[in-house]
Every structure is written in structure tokens, then in C-alpha cells.
Design a protein around this ligand. Structure first.
Ligand SMILES: N[C@@H](CCC(=O)N[C@@H](CS)C(=O)NCC(=O)O)C(=O)O
Length: 217
């Protein structure tokens, strides 16, 4: 049975990185559209599978997994012989990827989310933006990107010269910055700019953004 991806229609958040992992690893899937405005993610049937009632979630022939990064790791480990080696097998190489992925989850994204809340979410809802709050949030994010600038001066991607799961995790939320016309990812320094432009023009990502989640069965 083909793997089912439960996600909304929009390629963003955790669903984006799961979708991208499926495309990178050339895994066929069926997109099960979860209509969040109809609260389909809070029905007893859905909650029985995902007790927090969120997207994304997968059902791989009865094996249910939620939490986007756990799903990505599962897919990557299940299909070692197709697509890029996003989680290398060597102990040290894999640890460096996990180190960079932990930085994304514990440092980068917590600094990014306040920027999105103030600078994108509020703007899109037509609410007044508190410029002081946005500036403070941008300052925090900028400090993290200063460190990325140094790291990306040493190698092409975050954990070495190969694109990895650590880079892939950054597709969850940072692409949404442009929805608020915030160009911090391409205005900090040459290394971050080069890396981000490379991620944003990666063919698998461009295709996924253009086509949306596409059942491949
Ligand atoms: N840490 C979770 C976050 C999932 C999450 O926050 N999903 C949002 C959509 S992007 C959601 O389902 N929100 C509805 C809710 O929490 O009720 C993951 O990465 O899978």
C-alpha cells in the first residue's frame, strides 16, 4: 500500500519538509488532504492516530508517524538506496548532520518563529505590526545567521559539502519570510546568501512548490 501523507494543501511548515523528503527520496505517496478549516484534524478518527491533532502525519501501511522531523528520518532510513544520502551512515558524518539539525530545531527556528508571527502572520491578517517587536525578533534571528555565515564559510552546506537532512529542515518555515517581504536570508552575508539561494533553487523544491503535494500513485 502506498504511503499516505496527511497534510493541508499548502507546502509549508512540517508538511513541506516531509513532502520534500518524499520527493528527494523518490518515494511514491498519496496526499490525503486534511481540511483544517473544517477541523478534520480534530475529529476522533484523526486524534486516534495523532493525539495532538496536527499535520503532517503519515500512514505507511498501517504504521502511523507524526512529528515532521521524525517522519523525515523514518523515510530517509527506510530508503537508503534511492535519492541523496541525507543522513550519512558514518558515525561522525551522521553526528555532524544531527548537530546541524539540532541547531535548526533548537536555535534557528525558535528565533525565526517570532519574526514570522509579527512580520508575516500579522501582516497577512491585516493586523497592525508592532515594529519594535519585529525589530527585536529580527535582531535575534540576525545573530543566529551571523553564526551560520561563519559555518557556511567553511563548507558548502551546514554539515559539510553535501546537502543533508540538516539543510532540508530549513525549508519548514524560512521560505515563508518572503510572504512578509523580509529578505534577511539573502541580505546577511555572502555565505548565507549563497546557501539560501541554492536551497531555494533546488529543483526538487522548485517542483514541489510549483506543483504542490501530488499523489504519485
Ligand atoms: N512539531 C510539529 C508541528 C506540527 C504543527 O504545528 N502543525 C500545524 C500546522 S503547520 C498544525 O497542525 N496546527 C494545528 C493545531 O496545532 O491544532 C511537526 O513538525 O510536525
Amino acid at each position: 500500500m502506498v504511503l499516505k501523507l496527511y497534510a493541508g494543501p499548502f507546502v509549508g511548515g512540517g508538511s513541506a519538509i516531509v513532502g520534500l523528503t518524499l520527493v528527494e527520496k523518490q518515494v511514491p505517496y498519496e496526499h490525503v488532504l486534511v481540511k483544517m478549516d473544517a477541523k478534520e484534524h480534530k475529529t476522533p478518527e484523526y486524534l486516534a492516530k495523532h493525539p495532538f491533532g496536527q499535520i503532517p502525519m503519515i500512514d505507511d501501511d498501517g504504521f502511523i508517524v507524526y512529528e515532521s522531523r521524525a517522519i523525515c528520518r523514518y523515510i530517509i532510513d527506510k530508503y537508503p538506496n534511492q535519492g541523496p544520502d541525507l543522513l550519512p551512515k558514518g558515525l561522525k558524518e551522521r553526528t555532524l548532520v544531527e548537530q546541524a539539525a539540532a541547531v535548526e530545531y533548537a536555535t534557528f527556528t525558535p528565533a525565526l518563529l517570532p519574526v514570522l508571527r509579527e512580520g508575516v502572520g500579522k501582516k497577512r491578517r491585516g493586523e497592525p505590526v508592532d515594529q519594535a517587536v519585529l525589530d527585536e525578533a529580527l535582531k535575534e534571528l540576525s545573530a543566529k545567521l551571523d553564526v551560520y555565515e561563519v559555518i557556511l564559510g567553511k563548507h558548502k552546506f551546514l554539515a559539510g559539502d553535501e546537502f543533508s537532512f540538516a539543510d532540508l529542515c530549513h525549508y519548514a518555515y524560512a521560505p515563508m519570510l518572503t510572504m512578509g517581504e523580509i529578505n534577511i536570508m539573502t541580505s546577511k552575508g555572502p555565505n548565507v546568501t549563497r546557501w539560501w539561494n541554492e536551497l531555494m533553487s533546488r529543483p526538487t523544491w522548485v517542483k514541489l512548490k510549483e506543483e504542490g503535494f501530488k499523489s504519485t500513485q
